[in-house]
Write a protein that binds this ligand. Structure first.
Ligand SMILES: [Zn+2]
Length: 267
């Protein structure tokens, strides 16, 4: 059985919430999906008992600051552990060619040479092309270009040990070209920046992000069983209740609005 450990659920500019990233966990290991934007990633992994020393699969969906910079902090940690002999694993980093270039470029500019040398001993890059399949902790993941309007953004789909299908769509509005893929899925992970019912919806929502209502209206005809919403603004203390309430008006199946550090049991 798998669990989704939500390390963060906030949007790129969030400061109270951590940026959206999570661990897909099963009995074979942990798979980190995105890394957020800061050293906070280390604290979040520690709180949820995810051992960085055993983290051997990491996927970075795109090259934005709120997904990639946390990886640089993990690199600091991992390389330090390699140097002191406390790190024996190999780490596979799954990402597109563009993200690969960004990670290499940033790392070379900001990490000392001895840390880079240590990383070379344990990091293996798996540069993704649209449709590539990789087995991670016993599950086959199909990685795909989401055809997002903004920067190149990869998502994935996988069949869980229960036989159920989970699709992760990153942090942009799901492009219509992906509707066939997500139709009838058991779990769809999709961004929702804010409520539709509140005033002053930022311009970026219209171009790249969704409101709870807009994503629910799009997902409703696709017969998705469980819709997980994340990558939100952070102005509401009772976000879970407010977002769930709006979602229920437009989406008839189950909606999950996780809090930071919430663990979602995928049954
Ligand atoms: Zn983001």
């Amino acid at each position: 059985m798998e669990r989704v450990l939500m390390l963060g659920t906030g949007c790129g500019k969030a400061i109270e919430l951590y940026n959206t990233c999570f661990v897909l966990q099963n009995e074979m290991g942990d798979f980190l999906v995105d890394a957020g934007g800061s050293i906070e990633i280390e604290k979040r992994l520690k709180i949820l008992n995810v051992d960085i020393g055993k983290l051997s699969h990491i996927f970075i969906s795109h090259a934005h600051t709120d997904h990639i910079f946390g990886l640089i902090w993990l690199y600091r940690k991992i390389s330090g552990m390699v140097i002191t002999g406390r790190y024996k694993e190999k780490v596979s980093i799954y990402c597109s060619e563009y993200v690969y270039k960004a990670i290499i470029g940033i790392s070379k500019l900001v990490l000392p040479i001895e840390l880079l040398d240590a990383l070379d001993k344990v990091i293996e890059y798996v540069v993704l092309k649209d449709g590539d399949i990789h087995n991670i902790n016993g599950l086959d993941y199909t990685f795909f270009d989401t055809h997002a309007k903004g920067e190149e953004l990869y998502g994935f789909e996988t069949i869980l040990s229960s036989g159920k299908r989970l699709v992760f769509l990153g942090d942009e509005i799901c492009d219509e070209s992906q509707y066939k893929r997500i139709e009838n899925a058991d779990y769809v992970m999709h961004e929702a920046f804010c409520l539709d019912s509140e005033e002053g919806i930022p311009r970026i929502v219209k171009e790249h992000h969704s409101t709870v209502k807009s994503v629910c209206e799009k997902m409703e005809p696709l017969n998705i069983k469980n819709l997980i919403l994340y990558h939100t603004e952070e102005s509401h203390k009772d976000r879970k209740e407010l977002y769930t309430k709006e979602a229920k008006d437009y989406f008839s199946n189950n909606v999950i609005v996780p809090d930071d550090l919430e663990i979602i049991e995928i049954k």
